[in-house]
Design a protein around this ligand. Structure first.
Ligand code: ZN
Length: 222
């Protein structure tokens, strides 16, 4: 098995998103420091203009560095870091350990309802011959069922679409839904550190805790 970089940043790495009202020079500086910390080429990093959809794109060295209207990235290119930005949504990193393919997924509520993890796995299968049994999936720090309260309407949608086991009152378990989707698609190696960005973590941005907040990241690189 090859060595890869697969990490989640925290507030000590600063805000990594351009769209949250932070100065561009600050974000640039944070992104450059991060590249230095993890020893990758700052200029090669690919990130997304995330839109809570289920578009997943395959990228390589010739791709744009910010992919528009996108919530998932896949590559088999070495030394091409992929980044997903979050503050409560689930950052999911996938690694096909046999074929050398990686993905970074932004799994918020809507993208989860649109089964974005499944879209990514299917793309890895079709384009790179990935066997889901070779995929290692890692869910990053995100808001958990202890804090993820939604409207009655939404909790009912989750019940009918996915099952009552994912709902308790008006609280939904987005991590469990994504893990179920991963398992349905043949992924068995799943890591879920179950850190709640809202109530347990003091080192991750949480949109529900503070609407004016930065974004931390999941980064993966072959
Ligand atoms: Zn919580």
């Amino acid at each position: 098995m090859e060595n890869i970089l697969a990490v989640f940043t925290d507030i000590n790495d600063g805000n990594l998103a351009y769209h949250v009202g932070d100065e561009k020079t600050n974000v640039d500086k944070n992104r450059k420091n991060l590249a230095k910390k993890y020893n990758y080429d700052y200029k090669k990093l690919v990130s997304m203009n995330q839109t809570h959809g289920n578009t997943v794109q395959i990228v390589d060295l010739n791709s744009e560095k910010i992919i528009d209207n996108c919530d998932g990235l896949i590559t088999n290119t070495k030394d091409l870091p992929l980044m997903v930005m979050v503050a409560d949504c689930i950052p999911i990193l996938l690694h096909d350990e046999k074929k050398g393919v990686i993905a970074a997924i932004h799994a918020g509520r809507n993208s989860t309802f649109l089964r974005i993890a499944e879209v990514a796995i299917n793309k890895m299968k079709e384009n790179f011959g990935t066997n889901p049994l070779d995929i290692k999936a890692t869910l990053g720090p995100s808001i958990q069922k202890c804090c993820y309260e939604v409207s009655i309407e939404l909790s009912n949608i989750v019940k009918t679409s996915f099952g009552s086991q994912f709902v308790k009152g008006r609280y939904i378990d987005l991590q469990a839904i994504n893990k179920a989707i991963l398992r349905e698609n043949g992924v068995e190696k799943i890591e879920d550190p179950t850190i709640c960005t809202k109530c347990t973590s003091k080192v991750h941005y949480s949109y529900r805790k503070n609407h004016k907040t930065g974004r931390f990241s999941g980064i993966i690189k072959l």
